[in-house]
Design a protein around this ligand. Structure first.
Ligand code: EPZ
Length: 429
């Protein structure tokens, strides 16, 4: 039965919350585990549906995955016996494309469906393929299946045309066991890339420069056991900071790496939010007395403002008195959430990659359709600050990236109610 989230309006965030492990690191670490000839242990994993899907895929490939607690997995990939992840499972999450780099690196062969696009516009993988070809893989794409094969991968000098998180990580996964040296230039610098590189190096890989735009990798023959703790999810943490700011409440967001949130903290200060930054926590005192200032927001690869927090930030800017301009420089069409926000009364005009927001407008609750993870997070924030109730359909998109979202927002003092559509359609019967 489909589920939806009911969000009563006019709620102020007030509470404290510990952030989970980073989804965008975790979805790369599980495929990366296949590069080891033995078992590795991952701690502080978020228990979200993308991770559950990846566990099913690794198991289907012959890995033994055991879990000692909700956020820890032991992955023994000593006896993986297949280079074709089940297509029905791989199709369920875009990040299954990391299995290309890891299976190519481990087995020299992989066959996997092309990742689907999604609601952010086209999501090509031409830069991933460019890297694999440079490393010596034969590439065949037909009937929507990518087939990669290489007798022996050889190190190469790869200059990315586009700063791409996925391509940077995927090429790293294929290169760590290639013969010789690989250089990735114009590499993405996201913290998630550094975390994946640290995990690979702990297994015995030799990756240098992750977090800068030039990554150098000396190939090794074998990778072994290790244990690794996933870094905190900067996007989840930023979501709560923006929710507190937009609702005029306050929140203590703990177990973050403040450095990873520098662009978000800077922008929140610009719009007039009072923040306190500690060694591993950030506190927001919202000041929703109408004194939010309009701002121009431009998304860029790290350390620019993260595109994943553009939708939540847009909701905040609808409350700032004046005109704000949001420019989405990372994805071609990451404005699918705008039409839904306009149903709530938001005054937003789209012009190509730019959204012009006439702020200072009260929002009213409405039935909204979630089509992507971060748009869903934005609708939750919009529902909290609106007059009246908001009903979100498509909650499964939110569950892909936020663990038990309603329980986590409850810790922040606000009520989200998850109901099955049946319940909602016949109230009172
Ligand atoms: C990762 O996606 C994240 N997903 C995204 O988070 C995030 O928005 C994005 O990086 C940017 O930070 C995961 O890590 C699983 P890109 P990815 O390759 O790797 C173009 C979320 O909600 N491009 O950095 O797919 C691409 O079209 C998700 O957590 C090519 O042209 O993003 C985009 O315009 C959403 N060719 C730009 O580069 C390629 O081969 C950046 O994409 C690859 C990408």
């Amino acid at each position: 039965m489909a589920e939806c989230l009911l969000i009563p309006g006019k709620q102020k965030v007030k509470g404290r919350i510990k952030v989970c492990g980073s989804k965008n690191t975790a979805v790369a670490l599980l495929p990366a585990a296949l590069l080891a000839e033995s078992s590795t242990v991952l701690y502080n994993l978020p228990r979200i549906t993308d991770i559950d899907r990846l566990v099913e895929i690794l198991t289907a490939l012959g890995a033994k995955v055991t879990s000692s607690n909700h956020h820890c997995l032991r992955i023994d990939s000593s006896s993986i016996n297949s280079f074709t992840p089940p297509h029905s499972l791989a199709n369920k999450l875009r990040a299954s494309y990391y299995l290309m780099g890891s299976l190519l690196g481990r087995l020299g062969h992989v066959e996997i469906p092309l990742p689907g696009g999604c609601n952010l516009g086209p999501r090509p993988i031409d830069q991933h393929i460019k890297g694999f070809s440079a490393l010596g893989a034969d590439v065949e794409i037909e009937h929507g299946i990518v087939k990669l094969k290489a007798k022996k991968l050889k190190g190469a000098h790869i200059y990315l045309d586009v700063v791409s998180v996925g391509a940077t990580i995927n090429i790293m996964l294929a290169a760590v066991r290639a013969e010789g040296k690989t250089v990735i230039e114009n590499a993405a610098k996201e913290p998630e890339i550094v975390d994946v590189a640290n995990y690979l190096n702990a297994m015995g890989a030799r990756v240098r420069g992750a977090g800068t735009d030039v990554i150098k990798i000396e190939g090794v023959n074998e990778l072994g056991s290790t244990e690794h703790t996933v870094i905190p999810d900067r996007i989840e943490g930023g979501t709560y900071l923006i929710a507190a700011a937009a609702s005029g409440g306050e929140a203590l967001v703990e177990e973050v790496i403040p450095k990873h949130l520098d662009p978000v903290v800077a922008k929140l200060k610009e719009v007039g939010i009072h923040l306190e930054v500690g060694p591993d926590w950030i506190r927001v005192q919202g000041n929703n007395d109408g004194s939010l200032l309009p701002s121009d927001l431009k998304t860029f690869p790290y350390p620019g403002f993260p595109t994943d927090l553009q939708p939540p930030m847009m909701v905040l800017l609808t409350q700032a008195a004046g005109t704000s301009i949001v420019t989405e420089n990372v994805f071609e069409r990451r404005f699918r959430h705008v039409d839904e926000l306009k149903k709530m009364g938001a005054r937003i005009k789209l012009e190509g990659r730019t959204a012009v927001i006439q702020g200072g407008q009260d929002l009213t609750g409405a039935p909204l359709q979630v089509t992507d993870l971060r748009g869903g997070a934005a609708f939750i924030i919009a529902g909290l600050i609106s007059r009246g109730e908001t009903m979100l359909s498509g909650v499964e998109h939110v569950d892909r990236g936020y663990e038990k979202i309603e329980e986590r927002f409850e810790r922040l003092g606000v009520e989200l109610k998850r109901v099955s559509m049946g319940e909602r359609l016949f109230p009172g019967k």
